[in-house]
Structure formats: C-alpha cells, structure tokens
Ligand binder design. Structure first.
Ligand code: 4AD
Ligand code: MG
Length: 477
C-alpha cells in the first residue's frame, strides 16, 4: 500500500491502487465528501466515504480540524476541479476536534483574529501558503550564497556593541529584580553582571560578518535580529530575521549588483517552486484589492509584480537626485507629504520612498550616496566629505527592503568618525583592528527577510509573514 502525502497523491495516476494517508479534515459535506489537507500542499484531496457502511458515531467525529487516517482506492475524480479522489475503505479518527470550541472554521477569518490564534492560523490556506513560501525562500537564500562561494557565518545573538549606533537594543542581564549593583557615580555596574559588561540582543551581525569577509572573502549571516524601537507599523518587528552578505574587495557598485542579482534569484526560485501557493496568494490579493478604492488599487497582480521585478533593472539614483525629484514633486508642492522635503540632508520617510518607487519610477529603486549625518558610522566617506557610500533598495508596497554600504576601510577616517559620533573606541577595538591589519575595500548589505516574504506573498502586514510576531506589547506564544 502506498503511504503518501497529499501532494504526491494528487500528482499520481496510480488508479485502482490502495493508498494510505493521514491528515486533517478541512470540510465534510453531505455525509460523504471529506476534504483532507496534510500541509504538503495548499490543495486538499477529496475522500469519498460510503456513509451507509460508516457508523453514525464515526460520521459525527469527522469535523473540521480532526486528525484522521484514511485507507482507500485512488480513483479518477468525478467531481469538478480535481483529477483524483480516494474511495475510502477504512477510516480512523486519530484526534477529535470539537467544532463548538475550535476557532478555525471553514470560513473567512480576519487577520487580527488569526494573529490572536497564531498557534492555529498556519492551518488556514493563506497562512499555510505563506509559511511554505517562507520556508522555500529561506532555502533559496542559502542556495544562492552557497552556490556563489559565500560562507555562512553564525554571528552572536548577544553582543556588547551597538552595530547601528541607534541605541535601540534589548538589554541582556542576569541581575536580579531591583538588585543591580551601582557604581560610585550611581550607574549600573555591569562589570558585576554575567558577561562583565553591558550586553544586548544584536541589531545586526554586520560587524562580526566583516571579520569573516576579511578572511574568507565572502560571508553571509542569516539570523534573528532585535530592535527595541517602538514602531507600530506594518513593516516593523521587534524580532526579525536578517540576511547580511559581506564581501572583501567589492565596492558599492558591486554591492548594488549583488543585491539586485540576489533578490531576483530568490524571487525566481519562489516562482518556480511555490506555484500553487503563489497562485492562491495571487488570487487572495486580487480579491483584497477589489475592496479598495480604485485609485489605491495596484495595476499589477502579485505574480505580475514578481515577474516585473525579476525582468527589469532596478533604477539607481543618488540621494541628491532623489531629493530634487521629491522637492519638485506634486505631493510636496501640494503639501501632501506628512514630512515636507525642503532641503538636502533630511532623512527619507517611507512616504517619500514609496512615492519614488510607486509613482515616479514605477520600479524598484536603489538610492545611494546618502548624507553622512543620517547614516551609521561605518559607511565609507566620499571625497565630497559630506556623503557616504550607502545604498538602500526600495520596493513597491514595502519601502526599504535592503540597507547596505561600502565600509570605511581607512583606519584614520574611521577612528575620527567613531570619535565624532561619541562611540567609545575601546568598545570597537577589534573592528578597528580590521583596518590596521590588511585592510581592503569591502561592502555588504542587510535584507530584512520578513520584508522579502511580505513582497513575495503580497501580504500587507509584516506580522502575518513571521510565525509568531514580536511587536510592542505583544510576545504571546
Ligand atoms: O538598514 P538596516 O538597519 O541595516 C543594517 O542593520 C546594516 N547593518 C545591514 C548591513 O549593511 N549588513 O537594516 C537592514 C534591513 C532593512 O533594510 C529592513 O529590510 C530590515 O533590515 N529591517 C527590519 N525588518 C523588520 N523589522 C524591523 N524593525 C527592521 N529594521 C530593519
Ligand atoms: Mg536602513
């Protein structure tokens, strides 16, 4: 007897053969048709039971969500929309599911409701599809880097340095409640803490990844990252996964090429390996778009958007050019931006990024050469003395998906910057060492994995593309 999963059975044409399968009931109609899903595909398999020979007691227990085991004969389906079905000869209820208590009913639930039931939401079509795509994308990330000579490096989760210099970190401490020892000047005495210094959850693995790039040439991280910023947006999480490649002897142009090639490659992989799930998500988004006012609707479907990004060059524009475009734009002149653009040097908000991508260029954009003052300390200073070799990749519907730069490889310039930004040079002595011993041009970037999954699946809220989102006031599950 073939014991196979639903995905395999649906593709099979071994008619009249006996099959054995285990899964969960999605629906049960007319005391006869059970739609079973086992997570191997978004599609259910129809199992037809002979209800006259099935006991009343068993029939009652075939409810949405119940785990069951089926033995039967594979047959060509009589029904519409499926090619095969199982004529059931033996059925066993493995785990009951009380329909009066089970939150996941065969009907449309709001995403808010499903977030409150995140332990069960992956059983729905939408979340099953998202999480399978997420898994495939994460494989595609490793595949891309491994096939291109990168070494996977596991950078520490607990760190003593603030890589982004933004101070938005979660402290890691072993001090007991209210019993932190203090120094003579009243500050917490971290020398008595577990690590003998102040430590936090990492905001980026970049600084450590650089040490690997400067030895192995090409390195990448792919791990959890933490930010204690109080941002309640559809694009921010307090815990997210970041992918950070870092390459020696590569300048900013190479970095832009790498980010573009990488994104196109993983999206292509998803298109090829997640056909059913993406087709479903494409339909879902099309339905959702219909409920929006005409002016806000996207003129492309999800699949069209993915293909568009793969087939077209990202537009590369300097920050200075972007400011000119924004300053002279209609929404700026009509005071439609919440943050008006008046002068060079301001940081771009997501409304500006989305204007550039969605209205002006209508394609992904790579902005580069940002003002030094609004970027992190490690970015390479340009000869103009006021801009740095930074780059951000901006995506439709998402805004910033990648942030990266060419790194400052000159010891003196970096040291001066560190001092000017008030960073304790003793804290970053090892980072400075890289510039002392065999320094070289090098670059890298960070891509927020959830933002990539958001773009690929067309989901509007980042909380719906990570299994258990962590956001301000929320760490359930
Ligand atoms: O632009 P960021 O802050 O860059 C860095 O951390 C660099 N050290 C990366 C590098 O050069 N190696 O973050 C990189 C990306 C952003 O573009 C965004 O996609 C994502 O990480 N990101 C977040 N994603 C979800 N929630 C948040 N709170 C995020 N903050 C950043
Ligand atoms: Mg950034």
């Amino acid at each position: 007897m073939m014991k196979r999963n639903v995905a395999e059975i649906l593709k099979s044409d071994a008619f009249l053969q006996e099959v054995h399968l285990k899964g969960w009931v999605r629906t049960f109609r007319s005391n006869r048709f059970i739609a079973i899903n086992d997570g191997s595909t978004i599609n259910n398999i129809q199992c037809v039971i002979d209800f006259e020979n099935t006991s009343e007691e068993i029939l009652k227990r075939i409810t949405t969500g119940a785990a069951i085991s089926i033995k039967g004969i594979l047959a060509e389906s009589q029904g519409k929309g499926q090619s095969v079905e199982i004529q059931v000869s033996e059925i066993e209820i493995l785990g009951d599911c009380n329909p009066d208590e089970y939150p996941i009913q065969p009907k449309k639930h709001s995403f808010e409701f499903l977030r409150e039931n995140a332990h069960l939401r992956v059983r729905t079509n939408t979340f099953g599809a998202i999480m399978r795509v997420r898994s495939k994308l994460s494989f595609a990330v490793h595949k891309y880097f491994q096939e291109n000579g990168f070494n996977y490096v596991n950078t520490p989760i607990i760190t003593g340095s603030d890589a982004e210099g933004a101070g938005e970190m979660f402290r890691v401490t072993n001090f007991e409640d209210n019993k932190a020892p203090v120094t003579e000047d009243g500050k917490i005495d971290f020398s008595k803490d577990f690590f003998g210094k102040e430590t936090n959850l990492t905001v980026s693995g970049q600084l450590e990844a650089e040490t690997f790039a400067m030895a192995l040439g090409k390195a990448y991280t792919f791990g959890p990252t933490f930010r204690a910023e109080n941002s309640n947006t559809t694009r921010h999480l307090a815990e997210f996964w970041m992918i950070e490649p870092e390459v020696a002897f590569m300048d900013l142009d190479g970095n832009m090429d790498l980010s573009e090639d990488f994104i196109k490659s993983v999206l292509s992989y998803a298109l090829e390996h997640c056909k059913d799930d993406l087709a479903f998500l494409d339909q879902r988004l099309t339905q959702e778009e219909k409920s929006k006012p005409q002016a806000e609707r996207s003129d492309m479907s999800l699949l069209e958007k993915l293909k568009f990004v793969i087939d077209n060059n990202f537009k590369r524009v300097s920050y200075t050019e972007a400011i000119d475009i924004l300053r002279n734009s209609k929404p700026n002149k009509k005071k439609k931006f919440q943050y008006p653009i008046n002068e060079w040097g301001v940081d771009l908000q997501s409304e500006h990024e989305r204007f550039l991508v969605e209205k002006h260029f209508k394609c992904p954009v790579i902005l580069f050469d940002y003002p030094a003052d609004i970027k992190a300390f490690y970015m390479r200073l340009n000869d103009d003395g006021k801009t740095v070799r930074a780059m951000d990749v901006l995506f439709p519907g998402i805004g910033e998906i990648v942030g990266g730069s060419q790194r400052e490889e000159r010891y003196d310039v970096l040291l001066e910057k560190i001092k000017a930004m008030g960073i304790d040079e003793k804290e970053v002595w090892w980072y400075l060492d890289l510039r002392k011993f065999g320094t070289a041009v090098h670059s890298g970037f960070g891509l927020g994995f959830e933002r990539l999954v958001q773009f690929t699946t067309g989901m509007g809220n980042i909380r719906d593309v990570i299994p258990f989102p962590r956001t301000p006031q929320n760490a359930e599950f």
